[in-house]
Design a protein around this ligand. Structure first.
Ligand code: PLP
Length: 338
């Protein structure tokens, strides 16, 4: 698929041909993958690789295996020395296939994205554009990014990966390469495994859900449904009346007046949210109800004190509060101060 950029190496055919032509340091590229029938750019990339692989000077050095499936993947992950995954940052959700290579002693050469952004360090493999952040994308376009990633990929192959593979001692053993294989298997296999995935699903999601489910009688369910309807009827009329800041030495105090249209104030959480920035990580602070506002029905004053950040960085919001509910799944209603 396009965001995976399987054609990154094809963007500089000259440079690729030079690598493939090497007599004393030969390489072979094995490709596999299917494009969705409606994915025209994806199908075009496969076509270009197939055409490239049929060039007389390339034949046998670039191999495209058709019908990628579990069986092919099973063989591939056991056979490769280096697994290449070069998605366009930050589109990689995970990159599972790189993890499958670990137990087989393969090394990863991958975009610093998805799992590799979490797992990579210089001892275990190679990263394209290490340390990349989301901010890096603003003010730049895909084309420039693709080209600079392509440059880095070729640099890594030419200067580190291929020389490293052929750097053997008198017994013909690539000691440094084997050291990397050991570090990769040692540091990563346990943390990036199906065991961990299943354990985390069970401990963090399935067991808490089962526990919650066992506490929910049909009686509570009916009660919750009633309250859900009640809150929905009022929700569109909720609003923030005023939002004020006062600065003290080393802290800021925020107060906000909230109109709840008759909803029980116990059922509403007022929170102050700041996004991740150079001023600190993302924070969500619960605001405390100080008192109902005399003279204005259904209106309450909330307050909290937080470390200072520039104006506009903190924004209050309202959400439903109920320990019997799985939130925000069972009631995603949210109201931000605009
Ligand atoms: C592992 C695997 C995938 C997923 O690969 P990603 O790197 O996560 O995109 C897809 N298809 C097959 C057949 C696989 O074995």
């Amino acid at each position: 698929t396009e965001y995976k950029r399987p054609d990154l190496l094809l963007k500089d055919e000259e440079r690729l041909l030079k690598l493939l032509a090497s007599r004393d340091r030969p390489i072979q590229i094995v490709l596999a993958g299917k494009a969705h029938p409606y994915d025209l750019p994806g199908k075009d990339i496969i076509r270009r690789w197939k055409a490239f692989s049929r060039r007389p000077d390339v034949e046998g050095k670039v191999v495209f295996i058709e019908d990628y499936d579990l069986g092919v993947a099973n063989q591939l992950i056991q056979g490769v020395d280096v697994w290449l995954n070069c998605p366009r940052h930050p589109w990689e959700a995970c990159g599972t296939s790189g993890m499958k290579v670990l137990v087989n002693g393969g090394l990863n050469l991958s975009q610093y994205d998805g799992w590799w952004a979490e797992a990579w360090n210089p001892d275990v493999g190679w990263a394209i554009r290490p340390g990349a952040t989301f901010d890096e994308l603003s003010g730049s376009n895909n084309h420039d990014h693709d080209l600079s990633d392509m440059e880095q990929l070729f640099d890594l192959l030419e200067n580190e990966v291929i020389p490293g593979f052929y750097d053997v001692d008198s017994e013909g053993i690539p000691r440094n390469w084997v050291g990397r294989m050991r570090a990769s298997m040692d540091q990563l296999t346990a943390a990036y495994s199906a065991n961990r995935m299943v354990r985390e699903y069970v401990e963090q999601f399935y067991l808490p859900m089962a526990e919650m489910g066992s506490r929910r009688s049909s009686e509570t369910a009916r009660e919750l449904l009633g309250e859900y309807g009640e809150i929905s009827r009022h929700w569109s009329r909720l609003r923030f009346n005023s939002f004020n800041t006062s600065e003290d030495s080393g802290s800021q105090t925020f107060t906000v007046e909230v109109y709840l249209d008759g909803i029980d104030e116990q059922r509403i959480a007022v929170e102050l949210v700041a996004e991740d920035s150079e001023h600190g990580p993302r924070t969500i602070t619960a605001m405390q109800m100080k008192h109902p506002l005399g003279g204005s029905p259904h209106t309450y004053l909330y307050e909290c004190t937080v470390p200072p950040r520039p104006e506009g960085h903190y924004t209050p919001r309202l959400r439903v509060r109920d320990e019997r509910l799985n939130l925000p799944l069972e009631n995603p209603a949210i109201l931000w101060l605009r």
